[in-house]
Design a protein around this ligand. Structure first.
Ligand SMILES: Nc1ncnc2c1ncn2[C@@H]1O[C@H](COP(=O)(O)OP(=O)(O)OP(=O)(O)O)[C@@H](O)[C@H]1O
Length: 262
């Protein structure tokens, strides 16, 4: 792991991740890693309330992983900590750079009048020639299946198309990690599948982009290489997608049994 490319939060005496969760990943390179991440907020009465409790996770480079769990379990907070938008109270994080955080609401993503201008928006800081900008924009739009929309005014796009343009903007900046916060919440079923497929195929094109996708939709797991399942501020499980799917279904079934028996 290239430590110069890592974001380092408060460093403490961090024990290794639970090896039983990680045996099949041991030889892989990780693009995202969190160890014993805690995040607490202070109430107006001065009391600290824990939101994230000792969360540890590792996401292999080049893969699409999902972060799942019931409402309010801390998924978005963990993603924001990994994005650097919130500082952990305790623990260590690494996220390969450049990284990009994409918001839930598609209307908060796109800022320029046309698709082309929007995808090019973040490239101003790189001192590129016009030709280089055009080429990066074209490649990024191609990888999310939006090449035909280059000159389209953004206000004529659907929610899912706006999300794909936002992802193209991140890819154009050669970002290595995409942190995606419930992108499909406001989308219809077609757009929902379109955005997941676009993310999946963009990872395939570059080979070295990693995505962590927060969702509460179990059906989206079929597109994932792996997943992290949270409950009540804790990472409960960290595994391949089908193991997580089985675990959540079992959990749901025992909850239904419990409801029926009480
Ligand atoms: N600044 C804050 N002050 C107080 N409580 C907070 C704050 N930020 C988050 N929380 C609480 O922390 C918990 C986790 O919130 P978070 O948004 O991370 O959950 P989530 O799993 O993403 O939920 P959802 O699936 O509903 O979007 C919630 O109970 C939330 O109310």
């Amino acid at each position: 792991m290239n430590h110069s490319a890592l974001i380092r939060a408060s460093i403490s005496n961090v024990p290794p991740l639970n090896p039983t969760h990680l045996t099949s990943f041991d030889t892989q390179k990780f693009a995202i890693e969190g160890r014993n991440v805690n995040y607490s907020v202070r109430t107006k009465h001065g009391k600290w309330v824990p939101i994230l409790k000792d969360c540890s996770l590792r996401i292999p480079a080049g893969q699409l992983w999902m972060l799942l769990g019931p409402n309010g379990c801390g998924k978005s907070t963990l993603l924001k900590v990994l994005a650097g938008l919130l500082n952990p109270t305790h623990g260590t994080i690494y996220v390969e750079r450049p990284k990009s955080y994409v918001f839930q609401n598609p209307d908060h993503q796109v800022v320029m009048p046309t698709v082309e201008a929007d995808v090019a928006f973040g490239l101003g800081k790189f001192n590129l020639t016009k030709e280089e900008v055009r080429s990066r924009v074209a490649k990024a739009l191609d990888s999310v299946g939006m090449s035909d929309y280059l000159r389209r005014p953004v206000q004529t796009l659907s929610g899912g198309q706006k999300q794909r343009v936002a992802i193209a903007g991140a890819l154009a900046e050669a970002c290595k990690v995409l942190l995606l916060d419930e992108l499909t919440t406001f989308l219809d079923e077609n757009d929902q599948v379109g955005v997941i497929k676009a993310v999946k195929s963009s990872l395939g094109v570059s080979g070295d982009v990693t995505a962590l996708w927060v969702t509460h939709r179990l059906e989206e797991l079929e597109y994932a290489d792996g997943a992290v399942y949270m409950e009540d501020g804790r990472v409960i499980m960290h595994s391949d997608a089908s193991t997580i799917m089985g675990f959540i279904k079992e959990r749901q079934a025992s909850y239904v049994d419990w409801i029926n028996s009480s």
